[in-house]
Design a protein around this ligand. Sequence first.
Ligand SMILES: [Zn+2]
Length: 266
Amino acid sequence: MRTTVGVIGLGSVGSLVAEALSRMGIQHVILVDHDRIEERNLDRTLHAEPNDVDLASAKVEIAARAMTASHTAADVEVFALDQSLLSPDGIAAALDCDVLFSCVDRPMPRGVLNTIAYSHLIPVVDGGILARVNSLGLPLHIDWRIHSVSPGRRCLYCLGALLRSDVSLDREGKLDDPDYLRGLTEAQREKYGRRNVFPFSMSVAGHEVLQFVGLVTAMPRVGGIGPQHYAAYPGRMDVVASEPCDDDCEVNAATATAIAVSELLI
Ligand SMILES: [Zn+2]
């Protein structure tokens, strides 16, 4: 209960994770996100109300507001930082945590969190959804993956969950907004832009929270033995036992080096 837990990104997955932490009695929670409520993300952000669109409420404010009502710890301290992880204050807030949830979709912040998991010995629970649709916009396959990274386990690069090339493109500002839905034309993208991802996000958030409990309690019978991969069709969860990074992994080589915040932001 005294673990300081950070939730980076308070969108569809992060807002559900924050609520779970609140109800589980976690006493110290740090929320980091610079994003605000708009009409397009209203349906997928837990506790956001239509009025929050008019007010352009910060996502962290909404999660913090809900936690003050739902928390079960006698004393709870929520620090809501309305800034990007990729700012000195954002990094500093993340480094104050004992465990981090990576609920961001862009490659660069995920890359930074991947490094922090090793360089600063702060385990990161991460997940992602990928859907492929046919020309009519109907689902071909929808998959999601959930994994925890820390020394002794494969990092996001070695898992194949994050590409170094995508992190580089994002850093150079050459990456379009990432979209979990692949195979759409521009017109279809517009048409399905308002799609509701809440059911997928609930599953990802649920398994991320279970992996978190497994991580902090060292109970694999709650969190499982390693990275999980769920295929919505036929409806199967696969798991592989955790293994260390590849021998030549530079992230693993940075283990316990506590590299400076300025280096994380390069
Ligand atoms: Zn690695």
